[in-house]
Design a protein around this ligand. Structure first.
Ligand code: SF4
Length: 341
């Protein structure tokens, strides 16, 4: 279903500038954006996947991953085809890169915003997550769905590579309660060569979303030899603490995928080394992911050090939350940072 991609503007040159993401595509009639799902047709930018989801699931919120956001709840998760990044290690390349690799072909099923909200309630979800591919490429679909969901009492989560423009974040902020943002590396070269993007806009988006009051969690997929040097890990940790040492950081294990089949799986010792550096830099909440490690996936009170949220089994399978409805530690009364109700 095509709809106007209204987060755009006409330039004096006659081209249309897409204002959704930092790729800032400036397009002529008939041209597609880098994401392959926004195209100029009839003199205006169109979103080609409005109301057309390629992946829809009920997921534990922990799987996003969001660990300080309504623990144990379910998130109704939606994604389309297309992406503004082209990460060689993409874990969802079958949808994110589908139109780019199939001559702009779109695939999916009709899920208009109201239907998504109805399904979220039907499945007992407390939130809707825009995830699987980069949600800002289907901005207008997420905006309408999030606004309607918000009016009905649901929360909204963006799981994103952090390429939103300030304008996109400003528009989303009244309705989007949480974001999990990837900082894929602290090297611009990594972003350019492996992801088809740049580092600076990502850091700016994290900062802006934080300043707008959106609850932020950060994820970094550690790939040995590519983005796991002590210096790089410390750089990301310092950036996070410069904003807020209570922002949770998820350090995830890489599995060979897509165009990076020759890179090795991340070892537990690499994840533990990164964890140690993050703690040295003062981060309160650090987690390892994509491996089974209950100790490093659980939440500890920063004040008394007691374990206050137990996580075990497959991600989201067994979660025991000892905090009260306001995130208060039962042992010492410290209020943990997060969205707890
Ligand atoms: S959302 Fe798509 S069309 Fe818009 S700037 Fe980003 S890559 Fe380009």
């Amino acid at each position: 279903m095509k709809q106007a991609a209204w987060l755009s503007k006409k330039l004096s040159s006659g081209k249309i500038l897409c204002q959704a993401c930092a790729q800032a595509c400036s397009l002529e009639e008939g041209e597609y954006g880098i994401c392959s799902v926004r195209r100029v047709e009839g003199g205006e930018l169109k979103l080609l996947v409005y109301g057309f989801a390629a992946a829809v699931n009920v997921d534990p919120i922990e799987k996003k991953p969001m660990f300080h956001f309504l623990p144990k709840s379910k998130a109704f998760s939606v994604g389309t085809v297309g992406c503004s990044f082209s990460c060689k290690f993409c874990q969802n390349y079958d949808i994110s890169q589908y139109p780019q690799e199939h001559n702009h072909e779109i695939k999916g099923q009709h899920y208009p915003p109201k239907h998504i909200v109805d399904l979220a309630f039907y499945h007992g979800c407390d939130s809707i997550a825009y995830t699987y591919n980069e949600p800002v490429v289907f901005f207008e679909y997420t905006y309408d769905t999030a606004k309607f969901a918000h009016e009905q009492g649901l929360k909204n989560i963006y799981v994103t590579s952090g390429y939103e423009t300030k304008k996109a974040i400003d528009l989303l902020a009244p309705y989007v309660n949480g974001m999990n943002i990837d900082i894929k590396s602290f090297s611009d070269t990594f972003y350019k060569e492996i992801c088809g993007a740049r580092l600076k806009p990502v850091l700016e988006a994290v900062k802006h979303a934080y300043e707008k009051g959106i609850w932020i969690e950060i994820t970094t997929l550690l790939i040995e030899g590519k983005n796991d040097s002590d210096e790089e890990i410390r750089g990301i940790a310092k950036f996070i603490t410069s904003l807020d040492s209570a922002i949770p950081w998820h350090l995830s294990a890489f599995h060979p995928m897509y165009k990076m089949l020759d890179a090795p799986r991340t070892t537990i010792s690499t994840l533990h080394r990164a964890y140690k550096i993050a703690k040295e830099e003062g981060l309160k909440y650090v987690y390892v992911g994509n491996i089974d490690d209950n100790d490093y996936e659980s939440t500890y009170c920063p004040s008394c050090k007691e374990r206050v949220i137990d996580r075990s089994g497959n991600i989201g399978q067994f979660v025991m939350n000892h905090l009260d409805n306001n995130g208060i530690c039962p042992h010492c009364g410290y209020q943990l940072e997060g969205v707890w109700h």
